[in-house]
Design a protein around this ligand. Structure first.
Ligand SMILES: C[S@@+](CC[C@H](N)C(=O)[O-])C[C@H]1O[C@@H](n2cnc3c(N)ncnc32)[C@H](O)[C@@H]1O
Length: 245
């Protein structure tokens, strides 16, 4: 994403829904002391985590702010680039988010937006949900419900950005690999990072939890090495969009 955005020294870059900040921090290094990274998230805990991480990294050209991606507290045409990794699809009004991105960009400036590709290409994140669905413990989410796969269709992603007045200059698939030392570690990480699963497990019986774990383990078995470790392929999608100058 940062390579595609290609931020330059002295510029101002906004990282939206930045979580602990990693993506923006890569950009901050290119902005130099005269540039500025705005590392933002709606969750105060995430902003605090990013602030701690930025301090550990010794970054001095970063401001940390609580910002709702659907109502960005910045003037029109005030930033030279926007990064948003795995965030837009989680915002209930993702159209408003796209419009806000277009509003704060300077004419000719660009945004790099990453989403997850299709669920079938992302077994790490979907194995538990599939099993929970198969056992009737969760319902199937609606097609436009906020969630990791809401913008998986590249056409939908293009329409979202173009509908906000941005020109999409490319959509690139990016292969990734998720790793864990064991299926137990996969489960712990998944439980920690999936609200849907955490909610299902909170009200499930131990037999139901076991059924989810067994079903997911069957799906993930193809990625388990002889030593029990996992390497699960995943697919993300990055759109680069420009505000016409
Ligand atoms: C999957 S995490 C991604 C974090 C980070 N961008 C990364 O790639 O590691 C999604 C983030 O979106 C944030 N988020 C959800 N809704 C938001 C909103 N309306 N405005 C801003 N951030 C939001 C969450 O707090 C969370 O930190």
């Amino acid at each position: 994403m940062v390579e595609l955005l290609d931020p330059r020294e002295g510029e101002t870059v906004l990282d939206l829904a930045a979580g602990p900040g990693d993506t923006g921090f890569l950009a901050a290094r290119r902005l130099g002391t005269g540039g500025l990274l705005l590392s933002t998230d709606a969750a105060p805990e995430m902003v605090a985590a990013a602030r701690r991480r930025g301090a550990e990294l010794g970054l001095t050209n970063v401001e940390y702010r609580i910002v709702d991606a659907a109502a960005i507290d910045l003037p029109d045409a005030s930033v030279d680039g926007v990064l948003c990794r795995y965030g837009v699809m989680l915002v209930p009004d993702c159209e408003a988010t796209a419009r806000e991105v277009a509003r704060v960009l300077r004419p000719g400036a660009r945004a790099a937006i990453a989403v997850w590709a299709e669920p079938d290409r992302n077994d790490w994140m979907t194995a538990a949900g599939r099993a929970a669905l198969a056992h009737g413990m969760i319902g199937r989410p609606g097609p436009d419900a906020p969630g990791p796969f809401r913008l998986a269709d590249p056409q939908r992603l293009r329409e979202l950005l173009e509908g906000a007045g941005l020109e999409v200059t490319g959509v690139e698939d990016v292969e990734i690999t998720w790793r864990a030392s064991s299926l137990d570690e996969w489960w712990d990480v998944t439980l920690d990072t999936s609200r849907m699963l955490a909610q299902a497990v909170a009200t499930a019986t131990s037999a139901q939890i076991e059924a989810i774990r067994t079903g997911a383990a069957e799906r993930l078995a193809r990625y388990v090495a002889p030593d029990g470790s996992l390497a699960v392929p995943g697919l993300a999608r990055v759109a680069l969009a420009e505000l016409p100058g």
